[in-house]
Design a binder for this molecule. Sequence first.
Ligand code: ATP
Length: 336
Amino acid sequence: MRVGARGRRVTVKRRKPASPEAPISRIYEVRNAERLQDLCGPHHRHLQILETKLADFGLRAESQGGGILLIGTAEGVSIAEATLAELERRIRSGTEANDMEVEGAIEAALTPGQTFGGLVGLKKPIKPQTRGQAKYLELLANADNGLVFGVGPAGTGKTFLAVAAGVAELTTGLRQRLIVTRPAVEAGEKLGFLPGTLEEKVDPYMLPIWDALRDLMGQEQMERRMARGEIEVAPLAFMRGRTLKNAFVIVDEAQNTTVAQMKMVLTRLGRDSRMVVTGDPGQVDLPGSQPSGLKHALRILEGVDGIKAHYLTAADVVRHGLVSRIIDAYAAAGEG
Ligand SMILES: Nc1ncnc2c1ncn2[C@@H]1O[C@H](COP(=O)(O)OP(=O)(O)OP(=O)(O)O)[C@@H](O)[C@H]1O
């Protein structure tokens, strides 16, 4: 789905010759005079910002009765339409249109993942930050994808975006439960012998998950849903023998599952559930030379109907800029 003028392209006047860079003009139609004024801004300042930011596309924007005339390259006009549609969406949801919002809408329209329709029900909106993330989010946001593998190096948002999709499905009522599990390589089954509640036992290892949940739904909602049993964060061993129904299940750090563990968890998928498996085949911490269940699953499940795998790369790292260079250096040394 393209975030665009949503059927508003009423007038299309193409100039000759129809070379790709030839300027085109289209009218972004706005029937409501007050809305038109909000979009254009005082003394048409918003249109000036649009022209300045999209100068590379030769964009010109003029208010006309009933709409905004956009002239520029085809790409520029499309971005301007997407910007105006995003700005309209913000205004409709009660945001005051000001210079900052215009700039934010332009940024949203310019983001590589413009095709992503968005996850709803989150405390803060999530947007893809790279092309790879955009594709991954598209897969995650489509509830028809029963099993999605998110594979790639550290810091590409594999876990965070999976948690965002899970939170969105939980808070919008599409799924009754959100279950996040990780193989506890170090502690393993020994966790069962530590004192305290389950969360206390697994907290340090599960911290990144709690951080993401807190970020995406807020502490209060997170605790409320946890108390109601709607959110479960537990080591992989706790999944054994269960059928996970009506749940969004995330298997994180899946590179550290054994082949048997991976098969065990994949076959837990119950009715009305979805599963996202995330991991980095370059970071296997399994003792000895045990084969990784993730690598094995990716190999044998490739091409199976209804199963999607998405590969993020160093280009998708959203941590410090140095991280992607570190990953590349390790890969070059043959250790990634
Ligand atoms: N699109 C996004 N919007 C906002 N924050 C993001 C986005 N993508 C990633 N992040 C942030 O980047 C951080 C790293 O993401 P995450 O922990 O999911 O990476 P990962 O690929 O699972 O890495 P690792 O393999 O180390 O667990 C997260 O803490 C999250 O806050």
